[in-house]
Design a binder for this molecule. Structure first.
Ligand code: ZN
Length: 494
């Protein structure tokens, strides 16, 4: 080979390695180099690639660098891992965690600080898409959406509670979307019109509000010594499902008991928004494992392809009320304003009493540990038998400091892993599975051309180490890249 041939060959080789023929024009671009992309669908890790983002969207992915035209920034992801942004499909973003309406009025400054930090706290732990499953303060959804830096938010709007049922104990509250059930005998309130509370009217109104989910409830109550709340009939639930689908809404239903899961599995709702941790007459006493009757009900949900949200942190978050030392966890400083942590510390006894009265803490702690284990066993059974596990935390599920925004998702993941759910399943549940279940797979769920540029750059491989989700280098939301520490609530010393 003469010198000229070598030269020509090397120029050819160099150019074919470094830049491909593909021309990509961007207006406001971001290029990620050396991107090792993890697929939540098949757990493959790509070789070092180029991801080109323009504005909100991923516009190119390839092994070879495209010929870029326009204005763009470059970031090197060498040694790191790229995954799609996480989706928590069960949150409530319109309250101030653990503060009652009365406390909100009394502490406007705390509310302001909390609400300013809230969107960043979710992003800090990698949650770039949230689904709010029901609120009594729908106006605050737009307030959340008006924040400059925030996850993408979808919602159910005001929940379709069952008339006189769970979530509607107080007719003084504004409950525009309650559903009237013919066979329930209660005086129809004067300020409502019956025709507006049929499944047809309610589903239509919820869709017009911009929701993607119709959320309803199957909850006979938590205290067996009290009279039952009315629950929806099969006919009513079927009608709600039909009307939800007619309006392109996903039907998600609250339920966590054996009775609720049996009913909801048989009616084939789209999603049950909680795990099966209340085993009815059964209880986990020793190493006896999961009772046959529980398996039977879970089998129905598996057979009918019902989405299942374990929401393990509901029970754990309540249990934390017995353990005020929880408030010394330094991770909280990243997701809560310091003033709110101080407030919780000063009021932890009152918060406990508000939920558990004068019940001894050790008994509550033991009970909730058992219920938590029951929830984990049900989840594991769903996973082992090809059930559809969806990642949702129900943050916050009750007036407790034990469901901190963003961090609660990480805690949920740790719990899933400790219960034996493989890391590949945890990643899939929090990305592609949630995207599919909520009909958002055109936008989210994997790193692919055409999807929204909501991505995480991780320092570790989340298929090998769960703590990768607490070792995020950068968060990309709609093409905007942020170092993780800029999202923390912890005040940086000047
Ligand atoms: Zn909830």
């Amino acid at each position: 080979m003469n010198k000229i041939t070598v030269l020509i060959l090397s120029i050819f080789t160099l150019s074919s390695c470094k830049t491909s023929e593909v021309i990509v024009s961007v207006k406001n671009g971001l290029v990620i180099e050396n991107a090792r992309i993890i697929s939540p669908e098949n757990q493959t890790i790509s070789s070092a690639s180029y991801i080109v983002i323009d504005e909100d969207d991923i516009v190119f992915i390839g092994i070879h660098k495209p010929n870029l035209k326009g204005t763009f920034k470059t970031v090197d992801a060498k040694g790191k891992y790229i995954i799609p942004g996480l989706i928590d499909s069960h949150v409530h973003v319109t309250g101030t965690d653990a503060l009652s309406d009365k406390e909100e009025l009394e502490n406007p400054e705390l509310v302001k600080l909390f609400r300013a930090q809230l969107p960043k706290s979710y992003l800090y732990f990698g949650y770039t898409t949230l689904i709010d499953l029901g609120t009594a303060k729908p106006k605050r959804l737009s307030e959340f959406n008006n924040a400059k830096i925030k996850p993408d938010l979808y919602y159910a709007g005001g929940g379709a509670v069952i008339g006189n049922g769970y979530g509607l104990s107080n007719w003084e509250d504004e409950i525009p979307n309650f559903v009237y059930q013919e066979n329930e005998a209660y005086p129809f309130p004067d300020n409502y019109i019956k025709e507006n509370h049929t499944p047809e009217a309610v589903a239509k109104r919820i869709a017009e509000f911009g929701a993607i989910v119709l959320k309803t409830y199957y909850e006979p109550g938590f205290d067996p010594t009290q009279p039952r709340f009315p629950t929806p009939s099969q006919t009513l639930m079927s009608n709600l499902k039909r009307e939800a689908h007619k309006n392109n809404l996903v039907l998600a239903v609250h339920g966590n008991s054996l009775e609720a899961h049996r009913f909801l599995g048989n009616v084939k709702v789209d999603i049950v928004a909680h795990g099966l941790w209340n085993w009815g007459d059964y209880r986990l006493d020793s190493d006896s494992g999961i009772p046959e009757e529980i398996k039977k009900v879970l089998d129905i949900e598996i057979k009918n392809n019902v989405g299942y949200m374990p929401t393990l942190q509901v029970i754990n978050g309540l249990r934390e009320l017995t353990y005020s030392n929880y408030l010394n966890d330094s991770e909280l400083e990243h997701v809560l304003p310091n003033e709110l942590i101080t407030y919780y510390k000063a009021n932890s006894d009152t918060m406990y009493a508000n939920v558990f009265g004068d019940a001894p803490k050790n008994i509550i702690a033991n009970n909730f540990s058992r219920i938590s284990k029951q929830g984990k066993l049900s989840m594991k059974y769903m996973h082992d038998n090809d059930g559809k596990l969806l990642f949702g935390t129900d943050t916050p599920s009750s007036p407790t400091y034990g469901n901190p925004p963003g961090y609660n998702g990480y805690l949920e993941m740790l719990e899933m892993e400790s219960a034996g759910i493989p890391l590949s399943q945890i990643l899939a549940s929090a990305t592609i599975e949630n995207a599919k279940a909520f009909k958002l797979e055109n936008l989210y769920g994997k790193v692919e051309q055409g999807k929204k540029a909501n991505l995480l750059i991780l320092n570790k491989n989340p298929l090998q180490d769960i703590t990768a989700y607490n070792d995020i280098s950068q968060v990309i939301i709609r093409g905007k890249i942020m170092n993780r520490d800029t999202l923390s609530a912890r005040k940086i010393e000047e």
